[in-house]
Design a protein around this ligand. Structure first.
Ligand code: PLP
Length: 358
């Protein structure tokens, strides 16, 4: 594939790389360069380029700022012990981005070109990929409608860009369970809405619920279905799994749930381990009954940020329930070790999921 033009920054403009480790936090430090390209209706995607990281100049009437035509992705680059840099199933991110774009009436990307752009940006920025345990370089592709117009309409112009941020270990103090608040007051997504797209409105809809849960001392919200407020859907910005008896259950993808790449990986691995794995609706009544009978073994969330997040406590209708005695369950631990081992090149990659970029 063609080399993408690079506009180099003057050496004095380059940022000082931070110390690596937990103090990196999440998404506060951005690297020196970004990839961008433009779309014009009738012409398609054009002008791909890698340039020094910069602020965007947007017309105040840009459609994204008024009607929310935006889709994004989130993936990570991992440094292996031999110094090489790898991505985890990155094609799935750009395929999901195209599905999100379709829902928002935005143009599709050429997946191979988007991957190549990511690769070339990472090759330039490879020194930004941290190496201390659990750290990585977070990759944020974003697409926005930039045409200036105040009427509700589809933008005829788009900007696609990729920015990078070194991130600290999610569990600097070790792999720990989180406390979850079951939210009955607000909903994240309804069938027919935007729930399965990775777009800004879903996150805007989640902020107030998360704030209220934090005020009550909980880390995340467990979202219920919008109609009956009865069935589990997601946890915060991750997918959810329940291990009951000998069955590993996760809500089926029926339009309101983001199809997580970690979720897909957990399903794949668990099936390979010959666990009984089911994608179906699961009600809080069923979860409560399993808690009471002692058959609820574990609850955990899955997502790129934390990989696996075991749930230690669940608050529902004024009561708090301990899950697996508030401790990390063996299945969550085994899945976490397996996936993280593959991502960081410490374990054989039996499914060919890792792609080398530098
Ligand atoms: C709403 C939501 N659900 C689930 C996920 C988990 O998806 P993935 O495993 O691809 O990170 C994310 C994170 O991207 C998310 O934002």
């Amino acid at each position: 594939m063609a080399e993408i033009p690079i506009i180099k920054a003057a050496p004095a403009q380059l940022k000082k790389k931070p110390a690596t480790g937990a103090e990196l936090g999440f998404g506060k430090i951005l690297t020196d360069y970004m990839f961008s390209m433009d779309y014009q209706q009738g012409e398609g995607w054009k002008n791909p380029r890698i340039e020094p990281y910069h602020s965007l100049t947007l017309d105040p009437a840009a459609l994204v700022l008024h009607y929310g035509q935006e889709v994004f992705e989130g993936l990570k680059a991992y440094r292996w012990p031999n110094g090489e840099i790898y991505l985890f199933r990155p094609r799935m991110n750009y395929e999901r981005m195209n599905r999100s774009a379709k829902r928002l009436c935005m143009p599709a990307l050429d997946v191979e070109f988007a991957l190549e752009s990511t690769r070339q940006l990472l090759q330039l920025e490879k020194d930004w990929v941290p190496s201390s345990p659990g750290t990585s370089l977070y990759i944020r592709p974003n697409m926005i409608g930039v045409e200036a117009a105040l009427g509700v309409q589809l933008s005829k112009k788009y900007l696609f860009y990729i920015i990078l941020s070194p991130v600290g270990a999610y569990y600097p103090q070790g792999f720990n369970p989180v406390d979850i608040y079951v939210c009955e007051k607000y909903i994240r997504a309804a069938r027919g809405g935007l729930g399965e797209a990775k777009t800004l409105a879903n996150y805007a809809a989640s902020l107030l619920a998360a704030e209220e849960a934090h005020e009550l001392g909980y880390t995340q919200v467990l979202w219920l279905d919008a109609i009956e407020r009865k069935y589990a859907e997601e946890v915060g910005t991750s997918n959810i799994f329940f291990y009951i008896g000998d069955e590993l259950i996760t809500p089926s993808l029926d339009g309101t749930i983001l199809p997580g790449i970690t979720r897909d990986s957990v399903l794949h691995i668990a099936r390979h381990w010959e666990l009984k794995v089911t994608e179906r609706r699961i009600s809080l009544d069923e979860v409560m009954a399993a808690l009471q009978s002692g058959s609820l073994k574990e609850i955990f969330a899955s997502g790129t940020a934390a990989v696996i997040s075991p749930v230690g406590k669940l608050a529902y209708r004024g009561k708090t329930f301990l899950i697996n005695g508030g401790k990390v369950g063996p299945l969550a631990q085994k899945l976490y070790d397996f996936i993280v081992g593959i991502q960081y090149g410490k374990r054989k990659d039996p499914y060919g999921w890792m792609e080398r970029v530098a």
